[in-house]
Design a protein around this ligand. Structure first.
Ligand SMILES: [Zn+2]
Ligand SMILES: [Zn+2]
Ligand SMILES: [Zn+2]
Length: 269
């Protein structure tokens, strides 16, 4: 399985629009892995998680054929994860796209947001409202939506994804997971855990994770024997407000065997 990190920033991007902070200036000057766009992941070129406003840039930068996407899964409706306006480009008159509908999965708010912008559009998109802890067989994978701790006004989801015999836990945006999610994970086996570290050494364990919370989550997954041998840990979804450059993040996480994601990073499972 190929896991391609298209974007690795929180809402603001790094360097952030308008920002004059030292972190953004340093990121701009150093470039490379310090340049981060809004978070999304592509699996095997056919299963995409979230549709941020940087999707056009991701496709151009990494030479991706977005029309090969079969399934699109939404974590929640925040604008760094869902920019339905650009999904409209798949319609006749804007693009000469394929005939197959892309199947779109999410809780009610993201799906309603898509339908408000796109109409029902059954020929180009097929919408599915999913519920926490109810497994869904998509065209490409078996997904189980789990609950996040992120925004009390919305049912935000994280995911267990099983595809071609490999399993991923997709864990953002969220703070320390609600008890039902931990309980559901018990007895499962993972090849990859993708966690978030929006707040770096600041913040805490509500709504988003800081570094200590990520380390604690890793320890919990190991202590409960949830990781398969060789199972990998990746952190993503970083904010400039944590004031950590890529090398600062690797200093924190690499000694713990956790890979710091960067835009364009690919890992094979
Ligand atoms: Zn986010
Ligand atoms: Zn900044
Ligand atoms: Zn969010």
């Amino acid at each position: 399985m190929n896991v391609h990190f298209l974007g690795t920033a929180a809402f603001e991007g790094i360097p952030s629009l308008f920002c004059q902070c030292d972190t953004c200036k340093q990121a701009q000057a150093r470039g490379g892995k310090n340049i981060r766009t809004r978070t999304s992941v592509m699996i095997d070129g056919e299963l995409k998680i979230d549709f941020p406003p940087d999707t056009c840039h991701h496709a151009i930068r990494d030479n991706i054929d977005m029309d090969k996407v079969k399934d699109l899964i939404f974590t929640h409706s925040h604008s760094d994860h869902l920019y339905a306006e650009d999904m409209l480009i798949r319609m006749a008159g804007y693009a000469k796209s394929g005939d197959h509908p892309i199947h779109v999965y999410g809780h009610d708010l993201p799906i309603r947001s898509c339908i408000e912008k796109l109409g029902m559009q059954q020929d180009k998109y097929r919408f599915h409202i999913i519920k926490p802890f109810e497994p869904v067989q998509t065209q490409t994978a078996t997904i189980v939506p789990l609950v996040a701790d992120h925004d009390m006004t919305e049912t935000c989801l994280v995911y267990h994804i099983e595809k071609d015999g490999k399993t991923i836990f997709y864990g953002h945006d969220s703070g320390w997971f609600p008890e039902q999610t931990w309980q559901w994970l018990k007895g499962k086996k993972l090849d990859l855990a993708i966690l978030e570290c929006t707040t770096g050494k600041l913040g805490g364990r509500s709504n988003h994770m800081n570094a200590d919370c990520v380390l604690e989550t890793k320890e919990w997954l190991l202590a409960n024997e949830i990781m398969n041998p060789g199972g990998k840990f990746v952190v993503t979804h970083f904010s400039h407000n944590a004031h950590l450059l890529h090398e600062d993040l690797t200093e924190i996480f690499e000694p713990h065997g956790i890979t710091v994601a960067y835009d364009g990073m690919k890992i094979e499972l």
